[in-house]
Design a protein around this ligand. Structure first.
Ligand SMILES: Cc1cc2nc3c(=O)[nH]c(=O)nc-3n(C[C@H](O)[C@H](O)[C@H](O)COP(=O)(O)OP(=O)(O)OC[C@H]3O[C@@H](n4cnc5c(N)ncnc54)[C@H](O)[C@@H]3O)c2cc1C
Length: 396
């Protein structure tokens, strides 16, 4: 295995202080060890700063390089341009809200057409195609932005009184269609958790952090980093997805191998159900009966709405090292991974890319000259190995 790339992140000692109490306004803007993407993200990305018909923050615009685009074309083949409509055109198709007046008078509920449109679809490939063409099918009749558990209780009570369909909404990155309203006769209320995005308590003794369930990935890590801690849950949608969404969708992260899957990280919390509030205690494992915490995970918002969640956090590592190695083929890669896992090598991430993904990463992540340098090196290495093998054979 040859080392091609080693990325090291070191933490300054000052950032490793342990916290005993938390002021949610705390920021650590001087910490140079965290990614630029994290800086200043102590609160969520406002939904109006995200693309209304696709992925990501409108302020982050990365162009696909020419040789990256060429590779994509070579895989996809002949294409045709998608029909594309403007936000203004789609806004004209949003029907009048059917929410009862009692709900629209409630402070936290919005019936604004653009707000409803921005909470109407997830981020699956079919969602992207539909949004591009302005084919939204259905819109929520209103979007509520609760700021507390009590607000959610009130909303669910009113929703039940008025026979509304309720859709809990975290970061809206679902790829399973669960946040998309369906056409029907009952009014739909989407409950967006974006205003519950703060670290509420950090117990440094048990290393359990309590957050508002609507906190997105960067805001989780930036607020913990200010106290020298890390959650370490990085699904590829991390930039916009939330704690509540991760728990409700049983999400898995890129570094779950080391930090644990969401099942290991979620310690307990508050779930508001139409029947009342369920407090899931953050007790250690119990042998008495089924585990409520486990039963509520992965329910996709069907049993209730998580408002506050308790997460198991860890001290920030002093140093992080990421390495990339090129292996001759898929079988050799599988063998390296199998041995690393079975021999319990302590790693936070272990990822095997097949030839197509490796090729795509190389094309998309490099300039043409960098790409040429790496390809030349790899073919020279292959040639060298072949001639060594030939020499060994000749020697008998
Ligand atoms: C580009 C991209 C990459 C992705 N990568 C990954 C990945 O690596 N790993 C992975 O597991 N998933 C991945 N996903 C899928 C998605 O991001 C996850 O399912 C994520 O957990 C959803 O979180 P969210 O906050 O966006 O929730 P949403 O999409 O808003 O909601 C997801 C579900 O949870 C419910 N919900 C949301 N908040 C709450 C709450 N507070 N209480 C109760 N129910 C709630 C919703 O009703 C819905 O059923 C990816 C998606 C995209 C678009």
């Amino acid at each position: 295995m040859s080392k091609i790339k080693a990325l090291i992140r070191k933490r300054p000692k000052s950032a490793q202080s342990k916290a005993t109490s938390v002021n949610s306004d705390n920021q650590n803007t001087n910490n140079t060890s965290i990614d630029a993407a994290l800086k200043g993200h102590t609160a969520n990305t406002p939904i109006e700063q995200t693309r209304w018909n696709g992925w990501g923050n409108i302020n982050i615009n990365k162009k696909v390089s020419a040789h990256g685009a060429k590779l994509i074309k070579s895989y996809i083949g002949k294409t045709r341009k998608l029909s594309s409509v403007s936000l203004q055109q789609v806004l004209k198709t949003v029907p009048k809200s059917r929410l009862p007046v009692a709900m629209t008078e409630f402070d936290t509920v919005s019936v604004d057409n653009e707000v409803r449109l921005r909470h109407a679809r997830g981020q699956s490939f079919p969602d992207w195609i539909a949004m591009h063409g302005g084919d939204f099918e259905a819109f929520p009749d209103g979007v509520a932005f609760p700021e507390s558990t009590a607000d959610v209780e009130t909303l669910l009570k009113l929703a039940s009184e008025h026979d509304l369909i309720v859709i809990p909404f975290g970061g809206g990155t679902s790829v399973a269609g669960h946040i998309n309203p369906q056409k029907g006769s009952r009014p739909i209320l989407t409950i967006a958790m974006s205003k519950m995005d703060q670290l509420i308590n950090l117990d440094s003794e048990s290393q359990i952090a309590t957050f508002g369930a609507g906190t997105q990935g960067p805001a989780v890590e930036a607020q913990l980093d200010a106290h020298g801690y890390r959650l370490g849950h990085y699904p590829q949608s991390w930039e916009l997805s939330t704690l509540g969404g991760w728990i409700a969708a049983r999400s898995s992260g890129q570094q779950s191998l080391g930090y644990g899957r969401i099942e290991q990280l979620f310690a307990g919390g508050t779930l508001v159900t139409p029947q009342g509030v369920l407090n899931i205690a953050d007790i250690p494992a119990s042998a008495a009966g089924p585990d409520l915490r486990e039963m509520m995970m992965g329910t996709e918002g069907r049993t209730g709405i998580f408002t506050e969640v308790k997460m198991r956090v860890q001290s920030q590592p002093e140093e992080e090292l990421f390495k990339v190695a090129f292996l001759p083929n898929w079988e050799a890669g599988k063998e390296v991974l199998r041995q690393a896992v079975q021999k319990n090598v302590r790693l936070s991430m272990l990822r095997l890319s097949n030839a197509v993904e490796t090729d795509a990463h190389l094309h998309l992540g490099t300039t043409p000259s960098q790409f040429l340098a790496i390809s030349t090196y790899l073919s020279a290495r292959t040639q060298l190995k072949k001639s060594h093998a030939h020499l060994w054979r000749l020697r008998g």
